[in-house]
Every structure is written in C-alpha cells, then in structure tokens.
Design a protein around this ligand. Structure first.
Ligand code: PAP
Length: 334
C-alpha cells in the first residue's frame, strides 16, 4: 500500500481521547481493522474508532436536544455536505433574502455552519453548553438511529426533527475511497482499494455496516413520519425542487406561493449546488474546524460514478449483499 509513513489523521480516527472507563469497555468489544490497519471496535452492532466511540458515548450521556433543534443524519459520504447546505439555506432563507451576498454559505464551509455532534461538539470529552446557540440549531451526526435515540429519547422536550440522507452503496463506497485518499493526503494503490472494498462488504467501516445504518433510519421514518424524514441523494439529483420543497414542509417552513413564484427554491438550489460551493474560496483552501481539508467534501457528485471504479463482479457482489440485507424492508436502491 502506498501510504506515506505518517498519513494525515483526523482526531476521530485516533485513540488518544479515550477515558479509562471507555478503554475498559473497548477491551471487551469485538475488534477488527479498517483497510489501512486502524483498529475498529463493534459497539452495539456498529463499528467505531476509539475516539469516535468516546464521543458517541458522551453524546448519549449529555446531549438532550430541544424540540426546535434539527438533526441531520447520514453515513459518511451519503450526502451530508449537500443536506447541511440545503437545510441551512432553507431554514435561514428569510434572514438573508434581502442581502444574499452576506449568506454564510458563501463564507463558511457547510460543515462549520452545521456542526457534527460527536465528531466536533462532544469530542475530547467536551460537554458544550448548547443552550447558548440560537434556535433552531442544526446539528449533524453519523450515528445510527438507535444510537442517536439513546440521547434524543431522554430529552425532556418533545421530539426534534431528524432528516436522514443516504446514497446507493456503490457510489457511497467510491466517494469514500476518494475521500480517504484526500483526507490522508496520499494516493493509495489498487490493493488498498480492494482491501477497502472487502471491508465494506463485511460491513467493517466507521459507522457501518451500511445496511444496518440505512435500515435504522428507514424503519424509524416509517414509524415516526412526523419527526424522521428519509431522503436519497439520487432523488435530490433527479428532482431537486420536489425534494427541497419536501424538506421545507417537513421542517415546518414550507415555501409560500409567492416564494415559489419568485424563484426562491431555485435560488437555494443554485447556492447549494456542487458547482457553486466547490468554487468558493472558502471551500477550496484551508481546513474545517475539525481539521479536515475543506476541499475534500466536494468532488464530482455524479450518480453512477462507481462504474468507473468497480468491476462488474464487484458490483454484483455488493448489490447481492445489500439486496439480501434490505429484503422485505421496502427500501430499494435503483
Ligand atoms: P461527509 O459525510 O464526509 O460529509 P458527504 O458530503 O456525504 O461527505 O459526501 C461527499 C459527496 O457528496 C461527494 O461525492 P463524490 O465523491 O461522488 O463526488 C461530493 O462531491 C458530494 N457533494 C458535496 N457537496 C455536494 C453538493 N452541494 N451537491 C451535490 N453533491 C455534493
């Protein structure tokens, strides 16, 4: 594997912020390794790096959302950045209507506008005072719904809204492959690509298995339509206006007739488009607050890019796994 000796590692992949109690817990968990050899541990059916597990436990212990908060959930590479941009733009549209040139999405990376609960706010044993943030506060998470519910269902407020976005497994995987190369500032070999694919098929990846993650939110959205919205990246690409309007309705801020007629939905879509965000100075240079290069979140954004990387056999293998895991759930990926 052509990995440089010291690949650039984000904090969430490390193991240096783990309490004694969590170390003891980790020593009792089923271990495995990611394709680069970094240790992953299975806690209640989901794989974590040690620092991520510590942060997830802290979220469960301390995070109690207000009913007006909004939580955006996804698997890494499932459409997180786009959903953060769209939701931020939809919810705050009135604030910047008269001065669109002052829109925060033009000067801040979407990940800095919508912080991750476990990867940013509750990392390193922090217990941030979230009551000081203005309402509605938008957070994001990569946690499985059952894991997130350990926190949200203990809140004394009525349930907050949760929006989940996911993408077909093959494009999610390929996007993840490019991300890992960019994240570690390296160029990995074909052998590494195949190792990552095998790990993906076994479900051994941060927050994986893929199918458990998507199913948790799919089932949750069927059980609680009022508070959990399930979205697909491919559907936003295919019918962006319909999906953004659905998002706004779900968040109780539907577009008025006047807004629709004046092109408000189109403006939001343009502002949040990959082409626009990728070319902004703020997203081309520097790092986000969690120390990840800002540009790694913006690449091609094409449906079916997997065809350029996976062999027909690989595609068949992973399709069969997902199909068998999702069978009977009603959740289908085209
Ligand atoms: P994250 O979970 O690490 O935040 P996430 O945003 O889910 O990553 O995934 C990045 C993918 O979304 C990239 O896809 P690609 O590798 O296939 O190109 C990225 O290009 C795409 N993406 C980011 N922003 C947008 C956007 N505004 N519109 C459409 N796609 C986007």
């Amino acid at each position: 594997m052509e990995v440089s000796q010291e690949p650039h590692l984000p904090n969430y992949m490390k193991d240096d912020k783990v309490s004694q109690e969590t170390k003891i817990l980790i020593s009792s968990l089923p271990p495995d390794k990611d394709f680069m050899g970094y240790g992953l541990y299975n806690y209640k059916g989901c794989w974590y790096y040690p620092n991520t597990l510590q942060a997830v436990l802290d979220v469960q212990k301390h995070f109690r959302p207000r009913s007006t908060d909004i939580i955006l959930a996804s698997l890494p590479k499932g459409g997180t950045t786009w959903l953060k941009s769209l939701t931020f733009a939809v919810v705050n549209r009135e604030k910047y209507r008269k001065n669109p040139q002052l829109h925060p999405l033009l000067s801040q990376n979407p990940h800095d506008l919508v912080p991750f609960l476990e990867i940013e706010l509750y990392t390193s044993n922090q217990t941030p005072d979230l009551s000081k943030f203005p309402s509605p506060m938008i957070f994001s998470t990569h946690m499985h719904l059952n894991t997130l519910h350990e926190a949200t269902t203990k809140s004394s407020s009525s349930p907050c809204k949760i929006v989940y976005v996911c993408r077909g497994i093959k494009d999610t995987f390929v996007s993840g492959w490019h991300y890992r190369n960019m994240l570690h500032r390296t160029k990995m070999s074909q052998d590494a690509f195949e190792l990552m694919f095998d790990a993906y098929c076994r479900g051994v990846l941060l927050y994986g298995p893929y199918w458990e993650h998507v199913l948790s939110y799919w089932k949750g959205s069927l059980e609680d339509k009022e508070n959990i919205l399930f979205m697909k990246y491919e559907e936003i690409i295919e019918e962006p206006k319909v999906q953004v309007k659905k998002l706004a309705e779900f968040l109780n801020c539907p577009f008025t007739k006047e807004e629709e007629e004046s092109g408000s939905v189109e403006e939001i879509l343009k502002l949040c488009s990959l082409g626009n965000l990728r070319n902004l100075e703020i997203n081309k240079k520097g790092t986000t607050r969690i120390g990840i290069d800002s540009n790694v979140f913006f690449r091609k954004g094409e449906v079916g890019d997997w065809k350029n990387y996976l062999t027909p056999q690989m595609a068949k293998t992973v399709d069969e796994i997902v199909e068998s895991r999702l069978r009977g759930s009603g959740l289908i990926f085209q």
